[in-house]
Ligand binder design. Sequence first.
Ligand SMILES: [Zn+2]
Ligand SMILES: [Zn+2]
Length: 291
Amino acid sequence: MRLELLGVRGSTCAPGAEFVRYGGHTSCVAVRADGAAVPTLVLDAGTGLRSLTGMLDGAAFDGSILLSHLHWDHMQGLPFFAAGDRDASRVDLYLPAQDGRSGRDLLAQAFSPPAFPITPEGLKGRWTEHALEPGSQRLEGFDVLAVEVAHKGGRTYGYRVADASGSVAYLPDHAPAAGMSADLLAALEGVDVLLHDAQFLERERGIADDYGHATVEDCVRVATDAGVGSLVLFHHSPARTDDALDELAEVAAALAGDLPVVVAREGATLTVSRRAQVPSPSSSSPASASR
Ligand SMILES: [Zn+2]
Ligand SMILES: [Zn+2]
């Protein structure tokens, strides 16, 4: 499978000259099965989701979107996703079930007046919101496992997505210091690629714990303990400039030893295959941890 990194920031967008190399859009990863012409599964719907419309070359989106949680940086791209807003679109939207509310009502809490001009029904096409409980699903030809993770403010999931080609775990917002369940440890065990919250550094431990996020040191520990094939540092702080992310990469590389680590960069494509992650030669390569 292939992962297209459409947005790699956390919290809010980071536009400006100091952010062009790693990109400023918030969290969104498009997943394309081997042999598929276009992505059919999307992890989170931050502002990076707008870029998917261009990749579909004029076609309506036909697939599923998994939201890790409902914080703005993970859903703000939804109403601006033009390829999902067409008569021919089919969008199955999965979000963490909570408070006994329907998927539609959970989405509408942020996506309706006065917070936003329209409700979910204002989008064209066949949209279905699903309040998802933890567990396994077969979606768009992938085995998808949703596991609850520690974060802050509402229920948050990490996802493991697998097919015959390999497996990826996606945990954009995660506070490992708050504890990891046996289900989560089992979900991460041996995945080929782990995309993980790397918003903070150890010297920022206080704010990381306060906001429910991870440090780079947490990421490397989680990845090493789980025996993953490679680690992708994701959900960068909007304050982290390109130069600061280069420094973060050096910190990670020094901690990681033999574990391959890259810093997620918007526009990069990652090819996921069993026990190996190789940057696709057909696209811009992800930022190397050694740069
Ligand atoms: Zn976030
Ligand atoms: Zn969050």
